[in-house]
Ligand binder design. Structure first.
Ligand code: UD1
Length: 421
């Protein structure tokens, strides 16, 4: 449980952890090399530990180093994958592409993840079927096999991040070239492409929605640094918008955060990017406003639009803004589950449609006992607690810790009064 005594402006500096959503597919991709790789700057969070556990269960030698993992996949073997590490984590899905790429086979229990919408996997399966994979689903088990993966022309009808990752992982190992149109352009895709390229793969169009992948090149192990987490940096940026103060987010990946920084500025923050030229420290300075301003409309979009992962966090700040705001969610339908808890803290927010929330900013939020039900909604409650008068108690912190290495310590370093009990 986090106990938070709100109402304190933030002050100071924190270093942004490595990116969860970038680290997980890169760790899965180490399976493809059959050699040793060192992945630096992995965040120490449960989902990353789960991925390390899965790789170990597949015969990889996995050694935790100070800020990363040494993974030797030379002795890896194919076996059925089940248990908490698989079913509790949606990102275990990227093992589909990695296992099919390495072994031409996968048997796994249906993966889970945060409870934010139905989260089907049809796009993953259809794309891999185009490469020759035959899938069977029986009960909770998904089985896939292919004699030899074939390069293919694949078009995603929606730019799914996970499906793009799976196509990449399979395509680098396939016979022949793959052309993927409608690919996701999220920075985590670029990171995976950079890792695979460092291992010897040939991928063209990196960062665009059309990827061309040359199949069948021999991959080798490498050393790779996971970039900083744009969602964690965005969370602390919005914390400063909500609480006021002055903070520095060291290593914040500003070039991946343009829309987020723009939204924070519309809400009254003053942001200054560093690290571009002469300034030695790379990161983001934020000066929070005395009171956040309302925004006429904040809409989530695929990258480079405003990320769905920061929607509830920005919404929490808008509950205290001067004026009326509208927030529209277009990616995951269940992101608004956090509204009931925000209302218990005094927020005036209603669903206008299942995808649209209207927020009438209030002068004050008050502390309350609330429960996190998923990762980003949980972080939104932490922010609301920081902005509220008096004491809040947030339970369900295990959800929050799935994405934040040390949110309590980081916010304490920024002067917040937050205790983990
Ligand atoms: C990833 C991120 C997640 C982020 C999301 C969108 C990881 C571990 N998770 O999730 O934090 O919020 O991208 O940026 O990297 N969809 C289908 N069929 C499919 C696949 C997806 O209908 O086969 C739908 C989903 O239900 C959702 C939308 O597409 O509505 C986006 O999903 P996707 O881009 O695949 O997100 P994830 O890879 O699951």
């Amino acid at each position: 449980m986090y106990q938070i005594y709100g109402g304190v402006p933030l002050q100071g500096k924190v270093k942004i952890q490595g990116s969860k959503n970038a680290a997980l597919p890169v760790l899965a991709a180490t399976l493809l090399t059959g050699e040793e790789s060192f992945i630096f700057n992995c965040p120490q969070i449960i989902d990353v530990q789960h991925m390390a556990k899965i790789l170990t269960s597949l015969g990889c030698k996995v050694r935790r180093m100070e800020d990363g993992y040494l993974i030797d996949s030379s002795q890896a073997f194919c076996c059925g994958m089940s248990g908490d590490a698989i079913t509790g984590m949606r990102s275990s899905l990227c093992l589909l592409g990695a296992m099919l790429g390495r072994f031409g086979k996968i048997v796994m229990e249906h993966p889970g993840g945060c409870v934010i919408g139905e989260r089907p996997i049809d796009l993953h399966l259809k794309a891999l079927e185009k490469m020759g994979v035959v899938f069977e689903e029986s009960g909770e088990t998904l089985t896939g096999h292919v004699e030899k993966l074939q390069g293919a022309r694949i078009r995603l009808t929606f730019p799914s991040v996970g499906a793009t990752e799976n196509v990449l992982l399979a395509a680098v190992m396939a016979e022949g070239d793959t052309e993927l149109t409608g690919a996701a352009r999220e920075p985590e895709i670029t990171t995976l492409c950079e890792f695979l390229t460092a291992c010897g793969a040939e991928i063209h169009g990196i960062g665009s929605s059309m990827l061309r992948i040359r199949g069948g090149r021999k991959l080798h192990g490498t050393q790779f640094r996971v970039p900083a987490d744009r969602i964690v940096a965005g969370t602390y940026l919005f914390a400063c918008v909500g609480c006021g103060g002055n903070i520095f987010l060291e290593d914040a990946p500003c070039s991946q955060m343009e829309t987020v920084i723009h939204a924070a500025e519309c809400m009254g923050a003053q942001c200054q990017l560093t690290g571009s030229q002469a300034v030695s420290e790379k990161g983001l300075y934020v000066q929070g406003p005395e009171r956040p301003r309302a925004v006429s409309r904040l809409r989530t979009e695929v990258y480079p639009g405003f990320p769905t992962d920061l929607q509830s966090i920005a919404l929490a700040v808008l509950t205290k803004a001067a004026g009326k705001s509208i927030v529209e969610e277009t990616i995951f339908e269940n992101r608004f589950r956090v509204l009931e808890s925000l209302k218990r803290m005094g927020a005036n927010v209603e669903l206008y449609t299942p995808k649209t929330a209207i927020i009438h900013g209030v002068d004050r939020l008050h502390g309350a006992a609330v429960e996190a039900q998923e990762l980003r909604g949980g972080a939104a409650l932490v922010l609301a607690g920081l902005m509220a008068d008096g004491k809040s108690e947030i339970t369900g912190c295990e959800f929050i810790r799935r994405g934040y290495e040390k949110i309590g310590e980081d916010l304490t370093d920024l002067g917040a009064r937050i205790i983990s009990v």
